[in-house]
Design a protein around this ligand. Structure first.
Ligand code: PMT
Length: 425
C-alpha cells in the first residue's frame, strides 16, 4: 500500500464513522456564531448531516439563509412555526439527532439550560433531548468567570453534558482570557468521542511519546527524529474508547490532545521522573491499567552540561563528548512489575525501533526488557517509524506471539493496538 492509499484508508475510516450521522446544532447569540459555519463545513466534510437550530439572538449574527445554505438543510428558529410535524419540531429534532451540539453556548443559553427553561425552539429542543449533548461555550472572560456562569456549568456537567472549551486567547471584546470557542478540530474530536462506544470507560492509560533532548549547553542538545505521531495516535484511540489518558511527552510540534492529561518533559531523566511519579501515585489504588512506551528516549546524556555556550577553538577537534547512561523507564517498570502479582500490575507495552532484522532483535529486546507486549518497527522500511503518518509493526509477546500488521496509518495502528491491549484486561 503506498502513502496515498494509507491516507485514503485512514480518511475512509473517518468518513465511515460520520456517514449519515445526524447532528442537531444549536447556535447561541454570540459573536462566535460566525465560526460555527466552519464547524458545519467540517461536520459535512466528514459525512455528517447537520440541522441548525438558532436562538433569536443567533440570527442577529448570522442569517437563517446563511445557515441554510451552508448546512444544506432548512434553518429552525421558531417554536410556534408549525413545521412538518405539526409544531413538534423541538421533539423531532431532539429525537432524531445522533448528537446535539450547542455552539456557541452563551452565558444566557447555559443559564436557561441549567434551569430547564424552554421558552424558544433551541431551549425546548435541548430540554427534550435524551441522548448525548455536547456544549462548546464562548463569551467574554468576565462573563465566563462569573460565579453564576460557573455554577451553571457545574450543574450542567452534573447533568451529564459534555463540555468542550472554552479556550484562552484574544476575545472579540478586546480582552485576553478564557472565553474563545474551541477550534473546529477540537469540537469535531469531542463530538466523535460523544458517539464512540466507551469500551474502556474507567481504564487509565499512561503513555510516553516523542523524543527527549539531552542538553550539552544552553544552545545544543542530543536528540532523535521522533515526531510523537505514533504516541499521539495510540492516546487518541484510548481516549475515543473512553479511557483516561496521561501522556508524558518530549518536545514535539503536535497540538495537545483534548481530554488527555498532558505532561510535557524535556530530558530522559525528566521523563523517567514523570512516569514514576504517575506510577507511584496510581499504584496504591491500582488506578493504572496500561502503560505504553512509544517515546524514543535518549539512551545517553552528556556527563557535563556547560552553563555557557561551548566556544569553538581550533584545539578542540576532534571533539569528544563524554556520555553517561540515562535511566531506562521500561526496564525499571518491568523490574517493579516482576515483583507484583499478575492481577495487580498494569499491562506494560514497549516499542522497539530497529534498523534491520527487526523481529529477531525485538525478541532479544523482549528478553532483556520484560514487558507484556513489544511492538517492533523497522526504521529502514519505507512508511514505517519516525515522522511518517504510517507504520508497519510486529507484535511480540512472551508466549511466542508474532503478529505482523500490514502498513497502516498510525491512527489505525493506534486503534488496533488499544484493542489488543484491551483484550488482555
Ligand atoms: O514519534 P514518531 O515519529 O511517530 O515515531 C514513532 C517511533 C519510531 C518513535 C515509535 O514507533 C518507536 O519505535 N518508539 C520506540 C523508540 C525507541 O526508543 O526504541 P528502543 O528500541 O530504543 O527502546 C525500547 C523501548 O524502551 C521503548 O519502548 C522505549 O520507549 C523504552 N526506553 C528506551 C530507553 C530508555 N532510557 N527508557 C525507555 O523506556
Amino acid at each position: 500500500m503506498d502513502n496515498i492509499d494509507t491516507k485514503l484508508s485512514s480518511l475512509g475510516c473517518t468518513l465511515q464513522f460520520w456517514h449519515k450521522k445526524k447532528i442537531s446544532l444549536v447556535v447561541g447569540g454570540g459573536i462566535a456564531a460566525y465560526r460555527v459555519l466552519d464547524l458545519i463545513r467540517g461536520l459535512k466534510a466528514q459525512g455528517a448531516e447537520v440541522t441548525v437550530i438558532g436562538t433569536e439572538a443567533a440570527t442577529r449574527f448570522v442569517t437563517p439563509l446563511t445557515f441554510h445554505a451552508i448546512s444544506g438543510h432548512p434553518f429552525y428558529g421558531d417554536l410556534f412555526h408549525p413545521g412538518e410535524e405539526g409544531g413538534m419540531d423541538h421533539i423531532r429534532l431532539a429525537r432524531e439527532a445522533d448528537l446535539v451540539i450547542v455552539a456557541p453556548a452563551t452565558a444566557d443559553l447555559m443559564a436557561k439550560m441549567a434551569h430547564g427553561l424552554a421558552n424558544d425552539l433551541a431551549t425546548a429542543m435541548i430540554l427534550a433531548r435524551r441522548g448525548p449533548l455536547l456544549v462548546a461555550p464562548a463569551m467574554n472572560v468576565a462573563m465566563w468567570e462569573h460565579p453564576a456562569t460557573q455554577r451553571n456549568v457545574e450543574r450542567l456537567k452534573g447533568d451529564g453534558l459534555v463540555f468542550c472549551g472554552p479556550e484562552a486567547g484574544a476575545l472579540a471584546c478586546g480582552e485576553e482570557g478564557m472565553g474563545r470557542l474551541a477550534g473546529v478540530d477540537t469540537i469535531l474530536e469531542a463530538a466523535r468521542r460523544c458517539l464512540e462506544d466507551k469500551t474502556l470507560a474507567g481504564k487509565h492509560f499512561l503513555l510516553t511519546a516523542g523524543p527527549t533532548r539531552e542538553e550539552l549547553d544552553p544552545v545544543r542538545y542530543l536528540s532523535n527524529h521522533s515526531s510523537g505521531k505514533m504516541g499521539w495516535a495510540i492516546a487518541q484511540a484510548a481516549l475515543r474508547a473512553g479511557a483516561q489518558v496521561t501522556l508524558v511527552h518530549g518536545p514535539v510540534h503536535l497540538p495537545p490532545l483534548w481530554g488527555a492529561k498532558m505532561v510535557p518533559v524535556t530530558s530522559a531523566c525528566d521523563m523517567f521522573a514523570a512516569v514514576m511519579d504517575c506510577w507511584e501515585t496510581c499504584q496504591p489504588s491500582r488506578s493504572l491499567d496500561a502503560i505504553i512506551l512509544t517515546a524514543a528516549v535518549a539512551d545517553f546524556r552528556p556527563v557535563v552540561r556547560s552553563s555557557e555556550k561551548i566556544k569553538k577553538t581550533s584545539s578542540m577537534t576532534p571533539m569528544n563528548i563524554e556520555l553517561e547512561a540515562n535511566p531506562d523507564i521500561l526496564l525499571e517498570l518491568g523490574r517493579r512489575h516482576g515483583a507484583m502479582e499478575n492481577h495487580q500490575r498494569p499491562i506494560l507495552v514497549g516499542f522497539a525501533a530497529e534498523t534491520g532484522r527487526a523481529v529477531e532483535r525485538g525478541r532479544e529486546k523482549l528478553a532483556r526488557k520484560p514487558c507484556d507486549l513489544l511492538v517492533v518497527n523497522d526504521l529502514m522500511e519505507e512508511g514505517a517509524g519516525f515522522m511518517v503518518d504510517t507504520n508497519r509493526v510486529t507484535l511480540l509477546d512472551r508466549d511466542g506471539l508474532e503478529e505482523t500488521w500490514p502498513l497502516m496509518s498510525k491512527d489505525a495502528v493506534g486503534a488496533r493496538l488499544v484493542e489488543a491491549v484491551a483484550a488482555r484486561f
